[in-house]
Design a protein around this ligand. Structure first.
Ligand code: ADP
Length: 476
């Protein structure tokens, strides 16, 4: 199979700002906007409270002057220093004016500053309060006012009225309005800047991922041995992504190699019978032959055809990974299979059987029969038709099937390798014993799909013991 068919390069045109950049940017912008608005809200509150404190300090200072200019007698309030109330800020109306109103004990207005003549009167707040002073905000037609109300107490501690001093909050409101206006008018620019910043940083963050994607795209089947070399700590996300992709490429490479190796071997195995058949057919077609010669050639062709069918069947099982062996819900009686079928195949050979009754196994009996036939066939082949012994014993909820021979044996270092596809043992190659190296790989595939194990031990004094360990199906 051509390697290029496994992976193909990604040719999709990537937009400058991808969907994920957009999505993440929207999140970041929204977050930054929320932070920006919260910050402005608290800043406005802070400025508001700063201005209030400043105004309150001024009002407090002024009210002290006012109080010092009033004499509180038994039943009356008398202004002793009228000059105090003739200062410009109590006469004119400016943004720094003070509006003074003095009320007696019955809340009757007894004095108001000159600037109130040109202005509307300020409501008297008739609320009881603890202590000497009380601050409050009130709105009149044209402005918001900050007001201080100071109790007027005589020498005996009796409440005799109150002095109420107000000043416009124009400056304070102006500043706050300006801040709000500034914020609102700069909002589009701020949003735009936030968008630029977030797109820039998100793109910067995603940049290494893009680099990794580009290298991964470059790793097509023809240069599958290339790896991502991006420098990153193994503990961070990019390092882990790099490692995961490199591991994936390792697995793909080894699978591609395995498939390539499998195809090479499969073609090679099929080539041998095809070449023999071709030579034989050439020979028949070129000249006239005797009927015996024709018969002999046709027998060669038939033998090679059977050989090919055998190879193709084996290849099909391996290529399909014997899925049915794993999914099968069939239960078969192995004891009966041996007695009625397998034992009948070897009546001419020295194969003996000792199998417990009622060994039930889960799986496809045809495939399992093929496995047993392969192992017995090998046992005979590699022992030059010496005695072979098959036993099947139940042990608890498991079954152990053993095939023992007195053949050439298998060296320890090859005991696992012989189950590999197309693997042929060194002794069989040396002794020139023919084979395809597929029988045991099919045996392991089928047994493992049936949830079993297959392994090899040495026989004494010589030969091999093949052991298949499988779960027993208990029908009772
Ligand atoms: P094949 O027999 O066609 O070569 P197998 O997959 O059945 O392929 O076996 C793989 C290899 O395992 C054989 O080439 C042989 O070297 C070794 N082998 C298998 N069975 C035996 C056995 N009973 N005794 C010795 N060697 C064996």
């Amino acid at each position: 199979m051509a390697k290029d068919t496994f992976l193909s390069r990604n040719k999709i045109k990537i937009p400058l700002i991808t969907k994920s950049v957009k999505k993440n940017s929207i999140w970041v912008i929204s977050l930054l906007m929320i932070v920006f608005l919260i910050f402005n809200f608290f800043m406005t509150l802070q400025i508001n409270s700063y201005f209030k404190d400043t105004i309150d300090a001024r009002l407090l200072h002024e009210i002290e002057h006012v109080k010092s200019a009033i004499s509180i007698e038994e039943d009356s309030l008398r202004i002793t220093h009228p000059d105090e109330f003739k200062e410009a800020d109590m006469v004119t109306v400016t943004e720094n004016s003070f509006f003074l109103q003095i009320f007696d004990v019955s809340h009757n207005l007894v004095f108001r500053s000159k600037n109130l003549d040109n202005y509307e009167s300020i409501p008297r707040k008739k609320i009881a309060f603890e202590g000497e002073y009380h601050f409050f905000d009130c709105n009149i037609k044209y402005a918001g006012l900050r007001t201080i109300c100071a109790k007027l107490i005589d020498s005996k501690g009796q409440f005799k009225g109150c002095a109420q001093l107000s000043t416009p909050k124009i400056k304070m409101n102006e500043v706050i309005e300006k801040i709000i206006f500034f914020n609102l008018s700069t909002l589009p620019i701020v949003t735009f800047l936030f968008a630029l910043i977030s797109v820039f940083f998100i793109k910067r963050t995603l940049n290494p991922i893009n680099k990794i994607i580009n290298v991964a795209n470059e790793i097509s089947a023809t240069n599958i041995s290339k790896r991502i070399t991006y420098e990153a700590e193994n503990t961070d996300e990019l390092g882990r992504l790099k490692q995961t992709l490199n591991d994936l490429f390792d697995r793909l490479e080894s699978q591609i190699d395995e498939i390539a190796h499998f195809s090479d071997n499969a073609s090679h195995q099929l080539m041998t019978p095809l070449t023999v058949m071709n030579t034989e057919l050439d020979f028949i077609l070129k000249n006239e032959h005797t009927p015996d010669e024709y018969k002999e050639s046709l027998m060669v062709v038939e033998f090679q055809t059977k050989r090919m069918i055998h190879i193709v069947k084996a290849l099909l099982i391996l290529a399909r990974d014997c899925e049915i062996c794993a999914t099968s819900k069939n239960v078969f009686n192995f004891s009966a299979l041996v007695e009625d079928d397998i034992s009948k195949i070897y009546t001419d050979q020295k194969v003996s059987f000792d199998v417990d009754k009622n060994i039930y196994l889960l799986g496809e009996s045809d495939y399992f029969k093929m496995v047993i036939e392969n192992i017995i066939g090998n046992a005979l082949k590699y022992s030059n038709n010496e005695e072979v012994f098959l036993s099947g014993k139940i042990s608890g909820d498991r079954v152990k099937i053993k095939v023992e021979d007195k053949g050439i044996g298998i060296p320890d270092e090859e005991k696992d390798k012989v189950f590999g596809r197309f693997y042929r043992g060194s002794r069989s190659v040396k002794d020139g014993i023919k084979g395809y190296g597929l029988g045991l790989s099919i045996a392991r595939l089928v047994v493992e799909k049936m949830n079993g194990k297959i392994y090899i031990l040495d026989n004494t004094p010589q030969g091999s013991v093949f052991i298949i360990d499988l779960p027993l199906v208990n029908l009772v």
